[in-house]
Design a protein. Structure first.
Length: 561
C-alpha cells in the first residue's frame, strides 16, 4: 500500500484510502468489522516506520466480543522522546445499507454512486454536488471512513517527520461505534496498559467523526471540545387487564405508555438549557405492549424506552426528571380513567364498583428493596432469567428481568417501574474551572484563528459534539456516588453490562472532535466534501497536534488522571 501512497500529495492519499475503505463492507455486527481492522493493520504495516519498528503496530482482541472484533493501534514516537502523547481515534464500522433500496449492491462503490447522482434530477442540489466532483458518495464515506483515512495519512506524515513532534501520536481504529461501543470500551484497558508500560501521558484525543451543516446554507466548520453522553430511561408498565367488553374497568398499560410518550417525546422543556449548543430533548425509541397473539383481552404490560442525551446533567438529575414526568403522566391517566368510568356508570345506570385507579411509580432500586422486604428471592429470580436467556439484545434482557420481578410481586397493582438499560455513555467536556481544560481551549482557538485567517474558512468552536461518539468514554467527571443512580437502577450492572469507570478516570483524556465535513450521514445520499475533508482538515489536525505537544512541553501544565 505504501508504494501507491508515497508519491501522492496528502489530499490524494486520503481520497485514495477513503475510497478503498468505503469499498470494504464493515456493517456493524458483521465479520466485515473484523476484516477491515485487519486490512488497516496491513496498510499500516507497509509504512517504512512500522517495518523498522514492528513493535509499535499491533492488534488487540476485544475481550468477550461476540464476533471477535479487534482494535488496531499504531504508535509513532517523536524524535524528542517526550512522554506527551496525542491520541487519534476513529471508528470504522457503518450502519446497514437497506436504505439504498435498488442501489444496495452499489452502496460501497463511490464511483457508481457518483454516476447515478450525476443523473439524479429529483434533487437538483444533490445532482449539482455530484457533477462538481467535490463529493464522494457511499456508505461510510462521511461516517466515518474518511475520518480514519485522515488519521492514517497523518500517521504516515508524522512517521516521516519525527522531528516535528515534541511528543508522540497513537492511532486507534475500532469498531462497534454504531451500536454498543465495544471497540472503544474494550480499548480502555489497553490504553491504560500502554500509558503505564511505555511511560507515556495522553494529553488529548482527536476524533474525526463527521460534522455537517446545522441549518440551511450553514457554511461553518464546527470543532467540538467534548462529546455528549447518553442514557436510556426505560419503563415497564403493568396495568389491570380486562376483557374488552369490560374495558372501562381496566387500566390499560398502552394508555399509560401513550401518556408518558406524550409528556416526554421531543419535549424541549426537558432538554438541558445550554445557550449556543445544539441540545436535544428525549426521544422515544421503542414502545410496544407485550401481547404475543391477538386476543380480546387488553394488554397486561407495556414496554417503553427513550434516548436521552446527557450534556451537563448528572444521572441523579435525569432520574428525578423522568420520575417527575412519570408521576405526572400517571396522575393524568388516573384522573382520565376514573372520569370515564364514572360517566359510564351514570349513562348505563349501573352501580359503581370499588375500583382503584391508583398507578404506583417506582424506580428499579426501590422496587427491588420493596420485593426483598416482602421476602421475595430477587437473586433467584434474576439468576433464573439469566440461565434461560442468551445475551442477545441487552435492552430486552433488562426488560425480561424487570418483568420477572413484577410477575413475582404478590401485590398485583398497576405500576410503572423506571430503570436504565444499556448503553450508557458518559459526557466528556472541557470545564472552565479546570486550568488544563482552559489551556486546551486556548490552543485550539489560536490554531483555528490562524487556519481561518489563512484559508478563509469560518470555524465555530462548540462544547458538545451533537451526535454520539466514542470520545465519551475517555474521561469521566462524576464521583462514584454520583453514578450510584445509574448502577443501582440498571439491572445486573457489573454482570451483563458495565463501563470501567475506574479505568476511564485513570486515563482522563479530553476529547476533541475535528471531523470530516459532509452531509446525510446514515442516509443513502451520504457523502463527504473532499476539498475540506481531504485538503484542509489534515493540516488543521497536524497543526493542533504539534501545537498541543509544544505547549504542553513548554508550559508543564499537569494533567492528572
Amino acid at each position: 500500500m505504501y508504494e501507491q501512497l508515497k508519491n501522492m500529495k496528502t489530499q490524494e492519499q486520503i481520497e485514495w484510502i477513503t475510497q478503498y475503505l468505503v469499498g470494504l463492507n464493515s456493517i456493524n455486527g458483521t465479520l466485515g468489522e473484523v476484516r477491515i481492522v485487519q486490512e488497516i493493520y496491513r496498510i499500516l504495516s507497509t509504512f517504512p516506520y512500522f517495518q523498522e519498528h514492528p513493535e509499535n503496530l499491533w492488534l488487540q482482541k476485544i475481550p468477550h466480543d461476540p464476533i471477535g472484533r479487534q482494535n488496531v493501534f499504531a504508535f509513532v514516537e517523536g524524535a524528542h522522546h517526550s512522554p506527551q502523547t496525542v491520541l487519534y481515534h476513529s471508528h470504522i464500522d457503518t450502519v446497514a445499507v437497506e436504505d439504498f433500496g435498488p442501489l444496495k449492491e452499489h452502496a460501497f462503490s463511490p464511483n457508481e454512486l457518483e454516476t447515478f447522482f450525476r443523473n439524479y434530477d429529483s434533487d437538483p442540489e444533490l445532482q449539482a454536488e455530484a457533477r462538481s466532483g467535490d463529493w464522494m458518495f457511499g456508505r461510510g464515506s462521511v461516517d466515518m471512513k474518511s475520518g480514519a483515512a485522515v488519521h492514517i495519512s497523518n500517521i504516515l506524515y508524522f512517521s516521516e517527520h519525527l522531528d516535528e513532534l515534541e511528543g508522540n501520536v497513537l492511532l486507534l481504529c475500532n469498531g462497534d461505534e454504531e451500536s454498543e461501543h465495544r471497540g472503544m470500551v474494550g480499548a480502555l484497558n489497553e490504553l491504560n496498559r500502554i500509558q503505564l508500560e511505555l511511560g507515556i501521558h495522553f494529553i488529548t484525543a482527536i476524533n474525526t467523526d463527521f460534522i455537517t451543516p446545522l441549518y440551511d446554507n450553514d457554511t461553518n466548520r464546527y470543532i467540538y471540545t467534548g462529546a455528549a453522553g447518553k442514557i436510556l430511561p426505560c419503563f415497564h408498565i403493568y396495568g389491570r387487564e380486562v376483557h374488552v367488553g369490560d374495558t372501562l374497568s381496566g387500566i390499560d398499560p398502552n394508555f399509560i405508555s401513550a401518556k408518558l410518550t406524550e409528556r416526554i417525546h421531543n419535549r424541549y422543556k426537558l432538554a438541558e438549557n445550554i445557550p449556543g449548543e445544539m441540545v436535544l430533548p428525549p426521544t422515544v425509541l421503542k414502545q410496544r405492549d407485550m401481547k404475543e397473539l391477538y386476543t380480546v383481552q387488553t394488554a397486561i404490560s407495556s414496554h417503553l424506552y427513550f434516548n436521552c442525551f446527557v450534556y451537563e446533567d448528572s444521572v441523579g438529575t435525569i432520574l428525578e426528571k423522568f420520575m417527575r414526568e412519570a408521576k405526572e403522566a400517571c396522575l393524568e391517566a388516573e384522573t382520565y380513567l376514573k372520569a370515564q368510568f364514572e360517566e359510564y356508570t351514570q349513562v348505563t345506570g349501573l352501580p359503581t364498583r370499588d375500583l382503584s385507579w391508583k398507578i404506583d411509580v417506582t424506580t428499579y432500586e426501590d422496587y427491588v428493596a420493596y420485593l426483598t422486604s416482602r421476602d421475595i428471592d430477587v437473586r433467584a429470580i434474576i439468576d433464573g432469567i439469566l440461565a434461560e436467556k442468551q445475551l442477545g439484545d441487552l435492552r430486552d434482557l433488562c426488560f425480561e428481568i424487570v418483568s420477572a420481578l413484577q410477575a413475582a410481586d404478590p401485590e398485583k397493582k398497576a405500576r410503572v417501574i423506571l430503570f436504565f438499560a444499556p448503553p450508557f455513555l458518559p459526557h466528556n467536556y472541557l470545564r472552565a474551572e479546570d486550568d488544563y481544560d482552559t489551556h486546551i481551549q486556548s490552543v485550539i482557538s489560536s490554531v483555528l484563528k490562524e487556519v481561518g485567517d489563512t484559508t478563509g474558512e469560518s470555524f465555530e468552536l462548540k462544547k458538545f459534539f451533537p451526535y454520539l461518539a466514542d470520545g465519551s468514554f475517555l474521561s469521566l467527571h462524576e464521583k462514584k456516588d454520583e453514578l450510584d443512580p445509574l448502577t443501582q437502577n440498571l439491572p445486573e450492572w457489573g454482570n451483563v453490562y458495565e463501563i470501567p469507570f475506574d479505568t476511564i478516570k485513570k486515563l482522563n483524556i479530553p476529547s476533541i472532535n475535528m471531523g470530516v465535513y459532509g452531509k446525510d450521514g446514515h442516509k443513502w445520499t451520504e457523502r463527504v466534501y473532499k476539498p475540506y475533508s481531504f485538503g484542509l482538515l489534515p493540516d488543521l489536525i497536524r497543526k493542533t497536534t504539534v501545537r498541543m505537544l509544544e505547549q504542553q512541553t513548554s508550559m508543564h501544565i499537569p494533567k492528572i488522571g
